[in-house]
Design a binder for this molecule. Structure first.
Ligand SMILES: [Zn+2]
Length: 228
């Protein structure tokens, strides 16, 4: 009998780090996948706690991808809970879909809740992550080139990001995410990674930009190249 309920697989990033240290780490994913392959669940929801994709080392990101690949062998639909662009690209290796709260973070730490006023954030399309609106504007001031700017209807006319209303910041994010989903659907994993690598190379030429603004692109590329 099929239970008709999705299973929830919640892991911490430390789990991936530990697995990476094991000699037969791959087997761990296989046995985990076997545990979930019975009839108890008809789908699997994967939640990686506090996964901040843009500061997570490539080894952890690669382990996450290997887990997705192993779980795909169960033949069940996979659903990612929270996640940013890295999680979005995992669709290319079998993560069916993922949830992404509008205006919320791309990651969630189940251990604590921090209240307070929402920070004004702008999602940088070419960097595929959020920055504060002032940080994002200073990046656009340095890289004053068309390829780096957002072409959506909210950002058209080259307005200062600090003049955008909160609703416009959200509308812009939705426009970009919609484009990202279409782009990921229409391109191969190799093509997507090539584009990220190209952005990394272009930005590295700007000595005034702190590398932590774009280094995550290289980590994502290195983590996912083996899956091409
Ligand atoms: Zn825009």
């Amino acid at each position: 009998m099929v239970a008709n309920v999705p299973g929830l697989l919640a892991v911490r990033t430390e789990f991936f780090q530990r697995i990476g240290l094991l000699r037969r780490g791959e087997d761990q994913f296989e046995s985990l996948a076997r545990d979930y392959s019975g009839d108890s669940f008809d789908g699997l929801t994967i939640f990686v706690n506090d996964l901040q994709e843009y500061v997570t080392p490539r080894s952890t990101l690669a382990s996450y991808a290997r887990l997705v690949q192993a779980l795909r062998q169960t033949g069940k639909p996979l659903f990612g809970l929270f996640g940013g662009y890295y999680t979005l690209i995992l669709r290319k290796i079998g993560l069916g879909c993922f949830s992404n709260g509008v205006g919320y973070g791309e990651y969630r730490n189940s251990d604590y809740y921090a209240g307070g006023q929402a920070v004004r954030r702008y999602y940088m399309p070419k960097l595929h992550r959020y920055f504060t609106d002032t940080e994002a504007q200073s990046l656009l001031d340095v890289v004053d080139e068309r390829w780096f700017r957002c072409g959506c209807n909210v950002c058209a006319g080259r307005r200062r990001l600090t003049s955008l209303a909160s609703q416009e910041l959200l509308d812009h994010f939705l426009n970009v995410r919609f484009d990202e989903l279409g782009h990921a659907g229409a391109n191969t994993l190799e093509g997507i990674l090539d584009e990220l690598a190209q952005t990394f190379s272009r930005l590295r030429r700007y000595r005034v930009i702190p590398p932590d603004r774009y280094n995550h692109l290289r980590e994502w590329v290195e983590a996912l190249r083996p899956f091409c």
